[in-house]
Design a protein around this ligand. Sequence first.
Ligand SMILES: C[S@@+](CC[C@H](N)C(=O)[O-])C[C@H]1O[C@@H](n2cnc3c(N)ncnc32)[C@H](O)[C@@H]1O
Length: 186
Amino acid sequence: MFEVFIIFAIAALSSVVLIVGAWLFLSLIGLIKTRVPYVPVPTAISDAVSDIVAQTTNPVVFYDIGSGDGRVVFSVASKIPTASAVGIEISPAPFLLSLAKSAYKKLPRVQLRCVDAEKVSYRDATHIFLYLFPHMVKRLYPKLKQELQPGSVIISCDFPIVGVTPHEVKEVTAQYKKYTLYVYNV
Ligand SMILES: C[S@@+](CC[C@H](N)C(=O)[O-])C[C@H]1O[C@@H](n2cnc3c(N)ncnc32)[C@H](O)[C@@H]1O
């Protein structure tokens, strides 16, 4: 009986080590590629972003560039059932997590893609959300400016687009930390 317990314990421990190791390895791949870590926003921020997007009366095509576990995409898709919500994530670990959450949530107009944000066209976007580091915001902005239609909105969390005046700045406190949402009308 004791031997069975030991074998079971070793098997369980090996599985945990394997899963955690695979997760760390997949996370590392994304981090090496982008130098932007996976740091999810708190619910108060995904709610605030959804509220900003919900202000429009026109059809919504929302993109979260660097969508992590998909929480902002799911929040927008839940709040605005007619919206198409697209998550773009380069790092396999958070992307797989977003797929798992998506299977559970069953939101029909959500699309999740594991791809480099710089290889995606944003011509159909009405709203873009960014929670990226300054170097990525700076790299992506010229592409967004070229592809987005007039009237589109970019919301950047904590890292403003340098040299561009936001239309609105909104501060949200969550988990004892102050976040700033910079809203730009293209
Ligand atoms: C700070 S996290 C934000 C996650 C999510 N947007 C949220 O707010 O919860 C930034 C994410 O962007 C992803 N990322 C960074 N550069 C990227 C790129 N070039 N293409 C796609 N995803 C990228 C990272 O892998 C990371 O998961």
